[in-house]
Design a protein around this ligand. Structure first.
Ligand code: AMP
Length: 195
């Protein structure tokens, strides 16, 4: 059985860090749509050029582009043992498309983890990262936009996956190692439940 994990959480929740650790620990393909877009922009591909203004403003890239990107990514062999989705889906249309793609290949998500942190903590972490990493979408305006879009477009997915029955909430406003061990426990339980 593959181990397929979806990690939800506002930007600044520590999602990327936890996804990297989880992918290393369990040998899962780490599918981070933000990283894929940043790679496309730095290579200057047609996709990269198209998304750059959207990305820089902290807006969401159109669903059809993101869905095609994921469809292609999920078809690669490195996802055979499992994957971790980090940054997709972000809208209900993306979630519906993902549900259909996964049911076509008879591969339901093993577990959906929601990393919960208050908005003010997420904003403080993003501002700190802005000073360190210099991401082009870490301006105060784009940060505010991204948090607002998360609340409007992405947070409703929590109820969607809660109804589907495989959502686990993780308290993310704690030291990284504590968060990771809670994630590991949730993943281990989900593996047993899906076996
Ligand atoms: P991230 O690295 O996950 O914080 O994503 C950075 C930016 O990439 C977002 O603010 C969006 O502009 C874009 N992006 C990444 N994933 C998606 C997605 N699934 N749907 C729409 N836009 C996305």
């Amino acid at each position: 059985m593959p181990l397929d994990v979806l990690l939800l959480g506002v930007q600044g929740s520590g999602k990327g860090t936890q996804a990297k650790r989880l992918s290393a620990e369990y040998g899962l393909a780490h599918i981070a749509t933000g990283d894929m877009l940043r790679a496309a922009m730095s290579e200057g591909t047609p996709l990269g050029q198209r998304v750059k203004p959207i990305y820089d403003a902290g807006e969401l890239v159109p669903d059809d582009l993101m869905i095609e990107l994921i469809r292609e990514r999920l078809s690669r062999a490195d996802t055979d043992a499992g994957f971790i989705l980090d940054g997709f889906p972000r809208t209900m249309a993306q979630a519906d498309a993902l549900d259909s793609m996964l049911s076509e290949i008879d591969r339901p998500l093993t577990v959906v983890l929601e990393l919960q942190v208050p908005d003010d903590v997420a904003i403080a972490r993003l501002r700190k990262r802005a000073a360190g990493e210099g991401r082009s979408d870490d301006t105060p305006e784009a940060i505010a936009k991204r948090i607002a879009l998360y609340n409007q477009e992405t947070r409703p997915l929590v109820s969607h996956y809660r109804l589907a029955g495989n959502l686990v909430g993780i308290h993310g406003d704690r030291p990284e190692n504590e968060v990771f061990s809670e994630i590991q426990q949730a993943v281990e339980q989900a593996k047993v439940a899906s076996a």
